[in-house]
Write a protein that binds this ligand. Structure first.
Ligand SMILES: Nc1nc2c(ncn2[C@@H]2O[C@H](COP(=O)(O)OP(=O)(O)OP(=O)(O)O)[C@@H](O)[C@H]2O)c(=O)[nH]1
Ligand SMILES: [Mg+2]
Ligand SMILES: [Zn+2]
Length: 241
């Protein structure tokens, strides 16, 4: 993991060039372990707090633009009569996604990570202070669009959902295996575009199973609503567990 920005990648940062000393790999690994251990402790605190309120928390992850916010907008409009919903939105900059969610009538808090490329448990804890979700509600956490390091950071959620859209290519589960291995559910989104793109749904399902045999896979269109009930059924089942 990159220890300067915590982005999970092994790259050099410009400010590291010209350091008067070299950071050895043992120091880097120790620092990574400390960052993740601190995050895990805060995630445990979030999980206990949410469990105490009977809140089901779902962490939504994908590459930028796969359709996380669109799926949430439809989900809130279709299901908020069944159960209260609140949303934490993660993006590097702008309040745009939280604004979209609020337009559905749902409470939302925007977290801007600046140079950071993933949400951390501390940010979710602070957003929960502000959001103050009702007992028994459903909490969606939309992570920063990124298929790499959000997989490493436990937020205290009950389930991880990874979205891949048909415009991204069939091979994504194989190229980003850590993200897909972490998923409880993989949603293949934008199926309305299947007639126009070279995407093999059966092969994508097989790739998910290759890295994560236990993952559920659903193919939906957040825009047209095709097969969207299967996602709502998964949420109901997750809430009942
Ligand atoms: N055709 C089609 N377009 C979709 C679908 N879902 C989302 N989109 C479009 O994809 C684009 C990105 O959707 P968003 O919901 O903003 O994606 P996101 O994952 O929240 O993006 P970031 O928050 O920036 O990572 C928008 O233009 C949506 O209208 C879908 O099922 N079908
Ligand atoms: Mg979004
Ligand atoms: Zn990151």
């Amino acid at each position: 993991m990159c220890t300067t920005c915590g982005c999970g990648e092994s790259h050099d940062h410009p400010q590291e060039i010209g350091h008067s000393h070299e950071i050895n790999s043992t120091e880097i690994v120790t620092l990574e372990q400390k960052v993740l251990a601190k995050n895990d402790a805060l995630a445990r605190a979030n999980r206990g707090r949410l469990a105490g309120l009977g809140i089901l928390a779902v962490n939504l992850m994908s590459s930028p633009g796969a359709g996380k916010t669109t799926l949430l907008e439809r989900t809130i409009r279709d299901t908020s009569g069944r159960r209260g919903v609140a949303v934490i939105e993660g993006d590097q900059e702008t309040p745009l996604d939280a604004d979209r969610i609020r337009r559905t009538g749902c409470a939302a808090v925007q977290v801007n990570t600046g140079a950071g490329c993933h949400l951390e448990a501390r940010m979710v804890g602070e957003a929960l202070d502000e959001l103050d979700p009702a007992a028994g509600s459903l909490l969606f956490i939309e992570n920063v669009g990124n298929l790499v390091c959000p997989a490493l950071f436990d937020l205290g959620e009950n389930g991880k959902v990874v979205i891949v859209s048909v415009t991204e290519g069939t091979d994504k589960p194989l190229k980003y295996p850590y993200m897909f291995a972490a998923a409880d559910l993989v949603i293949v989104n934008k199926t309305d575009l299947l007639p126009y793109v070279d995407f093999d749904l059966a092969a994508c399902r097989a790739h998910v199973k290759a890295v994560n045999p236990g993952a559920h896979v659903l193919a939906v269109s957040a825009t047209t609503g095709d097969n969207i009930e299967s996602w709502y059924d998964w949420l109901e089942d997750a809430g009942a567990r």
